[in-house]
Design a protein around this ligand. Structure first.
Ligand SMILES: [Zn+2]
Length: 477
């Protein structure tokens, strides 16, 4: 079966057909950089990464773009609160984001990380096109809005009618305090207000034949339309985002792009990732179940990133995955077992050419991934293979060629899911072990200062020591 994907636009699973079979254009809405990214967003970026890995593994040439939103309401608010200019503030958080991408091994697949502030000229040009075609207008409040009533396909993605927008508009739309013609209209260019401080551009627009400088900054939706098209062109094969972005963000991206580029559909396949739950409920700061990747790394060391990837991929991207620390630890144990199994198979395989031993498992793996990225089923095939190979090895029935065949499928899964299966398990040096033991003794003797000093010495060498009710837990940064 060739690749099939669930398309949020048609609300069906469809055969995947790129516009240009030689080049698949993929865009994922990236982070707004004003803090550490939470694990719900990391989950989406990991799903997008697995999709791109699978496309590449299947032989497609992919251009994959993930934007960085570096001008937006929350950024302006928090950079001002921090007393920093926009560029200093956002480059710090963009740096933290890229580091997380690196830790999760999500970074290598991305070809471009455009930043919104580098594309403001393009945004101005696109807004001018929308003004010229009657899709946009300048309101009394100094903002330029998109005229939703001018776009006949508005609401198709979100499955809502324009009339319903007006009648039952969500709080998010109502909350907007600008002077619009229609409640569903959204800002393309936000007129400058005092809270924006020095975050301001002063482009000249031609509005109804008159040149006018409109002080302000781009709206969030136009950023994605411009950053994607300037790199990928006017058609996109797959656009990904969290389910919370479907409306209004993605619906608005469509309205802008289709009206400006004269294409329909602008995006062939829309993929939306279901929200990650934490301990059975929605993640929120007030509930105390809000976690960032950094929280996980501080607790377990950087190696935990591959366990997080495994945990995400062990669920289907269209089902809510329930994150818990127990689940993460179980994923880490499974990965360790898989790593050991891989090592044993590699040893047994030697230089042998692979037999057909794993062929049926591989067929299942491929079939599952082609079935709307059914990663739980793909892992099912992988674990069955591992058990079969272990059983056959115990009965001396696994030849070197069979081991090579099983190894090849495990390595394919490693490429597709990014599980770092070939990472060397690190062990403490005898000197480090002596420091860990000395620290245990210091704690037993209640010499807290000495115990803290030893923890810092170890941390400087990349060995993280945590105190648990069962004693010290050691991991590697
Ligand atoms: Zn976006």
């Amino acid at each position: 079966m060739p690749l099939q994907l669930y398309n949020s636009l048609s609300r069906r699973v469809e055969p995947f057909q790129p516009v240009d079979p030689k080049r698949v254009a993929v865009y994922a809405c990236g982070p707004t950089v004003y803090n550490h990214v939470h694990i719900g967003n990391w989950s989406l970026f990991t799903v997008a990464d697995v999709l791109v890995r699978w496309l590449r593994e299947s032989g497609y040439t992919v251009v994959y773009v993930q934007n960085i939103t570096d001008v937006e309401d929350k950024i302006i608010r928090d950079s001002r609160a921090a007393g920093e200019d926009l560029a200093t503030f956002t480059s710090r958080w963009a740096g933290a984001f890229l580091e997380g991408m690196e830790d999760l091994d999500n970074r290598r697949q991305v070809d471009h990380f455009p930043r919104a502030t580098d594309h403001v000229d393009g945004m101005v040009t696109m807004i001018q096109t929308l003004l010229d075609r009657g899709h946009a207008y300048l309101a009394e409040d100094g903002s330029i809005y998109y005229r939703v009533s001018s776009f006949e396909h508005y609401g198709e993605l979100a499955n809502i009618k324009r009339e319903d927008l007006r009648a039952g508009a969500s709080g998010r739309i109502k909350a907007d305090e600008y002077d619009k013609e229609d409640i569903g209209d959204f800002a393309l260019w936000k007129g400058w207000v005092e809270e924006d401080g020095d975050v301001v551009w002063e482009p000249e627009f031609t509005i109804e034949g008159t040149a006018r400088v409109v002080k302000g900054r781009p709206g969030w939706h136009i950023e994605c339309s411009v950053m994607s098209s300037e790199i990928l062109g006017p058609r996109i094969d797959i656009h990904l985002g969290g389910e919370d972005l479907l409306f209004p963000h993605h619906q608005n991206e469509i309205a802008q792009s289709e009206a400006a580029f004269g294409v329909h559909p602008w995006v062939t396949t829309w993929m939306h990732h279901k929200h990650l739950l934490v301990d059975g409920t929605k993640m929120s700061k007030s509930k105390g179940n809000f976690h960032t990747l950094k929280d996980l790394e501080d607790r377990y060391g950087k190696g935990i990133a591959s366990a997080f990837r495994y945990l995400i991929a062990s669920g289907h991207y269209r089902n809510s995955l329930d994150f818990s620390f127990n689940g993460l630890e179980a994923a880490d144990r499974t990965l360790r077992n898989l790593r050991t199994a891989r090592e044993q198979l590699a040893e047994q395989a030697g230089d042998a050419a692979p037999s057909e031993y794993a062929a049926a498992y591989e067929a299942r793996f491929v079939e599952a991934m082609n079935d709307d990225l059914n990663s739980p089923e793909a892992f099912g095939a992988l674990h069955e293979l591992r058990r079969a190979a272990r059983g056959d090895a115990a009965h001396d029935k696994l030849s070197a060629a069979d081991a090579a065949s099983a190894l090849a499928l495990i390595d394919k899964a490693d490429r597709v899911f990014g599980l770092a299966l070939q990472r060397e398990e690190r062990a403490l040096t005898p000197e480090q072990q002596a420091l860990v033991d000395a620290r245990a003794q210091a704690r037993a003797d209640k010499q807290w200062a000495e115990s803290d000093r030893l923890r810092d010495v170890l941390a400087a060498e990349g060995v993280l020591v945590q105190d648990t009710p069962d004693g010290q837990d050691v991991s590697f940064a």
